[in-house]
Design a protein around this ligand. Structure first.
Ligand SMILES: C[S@@+](CC[C@H](N)C(=O)[O-])C[C@H]1O[C@@H](n2cnc3c(N)ncnc32)[C@H](O)[C@@H]1O
Length: 255
């Protein structure tokens, strides 16, 4: 088993990564669309936001009427967001063991920006089980995860379509500069029937990331009891097989 969690912990505790997440202050178009779609489960309801990082989504929920709780595995992030939003319930908590929450507690649970993808496969299943437990029977769980059907899955920028743009050349330079780190990490990659764990460009090739197709992700969720799983693209549009987006969004529930 690759030491996915060790690389995740070391990288996410570093000051430059904490600072990077601290500065994020936007919502993705998909998130805007899906929060709107789920508003009946959010407005005036109990919301659990898992993996809050620097508080990008916390800032959104802080401005609307809901009973919000935000958690993060990394203490540095929990402290940072707690200081920004003193009125909110922010806790350090590993989503694999959410014993601080009782069964059937939340109307809406979010694990945004592929936060679940830096855990190993066993931990991922534990997290889904815990989410299933603390989600109300009519609640909704929303998350995103990397897409193994993405047409440039596991490819370097120069294996994609050439673009005569400054950002594209800059990206190639960043990749070249960090290539030795990538070669070091590549030996930990795993390609199974159901999912892959690869070293992509995120955080300059310092972490390992879980990728799964939407069909396999739906099956995984179903095997844990989740029902009515729907998949969405970057714009929050319903889509099943998706080869254009590197990650996909999911809404699922218990009944
Ligand atoms: C990719 S970052 C996203 C941060 C934030 N949600 C955002 O959208 O900007 C993933 C976050 O999930 C957290 N995380 C990863 N695994 C976790 C776990 N098992 N329990 C709680 N938080 C976790 C990480 O510490 C990190 O802050």
């Amino acid at each position: 088993m690759p030491k996915t969690i060790d690389y995740f912990e070391t990288t996410y505790r570093s000051k430059n990564v904490v600072d990077w997440y601290d500065k994020l202050d936007f919502l993705f178009p998909s998130e805007k669309a899906l929060f709107e779609k789920c508003k009946e489960k959010i407005l005036g309801k109990k919301v659990l936001d898992i993996g809050i990082g620097g508080g990008r989504t916390t800032a959104y929920f802080a401005n609307i009427d809901c009973d919000y709780t935000g958690v993060d595995y990394i203490e540095e992030f929990a402290n940072l967001v707690s200081a920004k939003h003193k009125q909110l319930k922010i806790k350090q908590c590993d989503a694999r063991v959410m014993s601080m929450f009782t069964d059937n507690s939340f109307d809406f649970i979010l694990f945004s920006f592929n936060g679940i993808d830096n855990m190993d496969s066993e931990s991922r299943i534990k997290i889904f089980k815990e989410i299933f437990r603390v989600l109300k029977s009519d609640g909704v769980f929303m998350f995103s995860t990397h897409n193994r059907d993405y047409k440039y899955f596991n490819k370097m920028p120069w294996q994609e379509k050439w673009q005569f743009k400054w950002n594209y050349f800059k990206l190639c330079l960043v990749v070249l500069k960090n290539y030795p780190q990538h070669l070091k990490m590549k030996k930990h990659e795993f390609h199974g029937q159901d999912y892959s764990i690869i070293n992509d460009i995120a955080h300059n090739f310092k972490i390992l990331t879980y990728y799964i197709s939407s069909a396999k992700q739906k099956k995984q969720l179903e095997s844990l009891g989740f029902k009515n799983t729907k998949t969405f693209d970057f714009n929050g549009k319903d889509c099943d097989l998706n080869q254009k987006d590197p990650w996909m969004y999911y809404l699922t529930n218990k009944s």
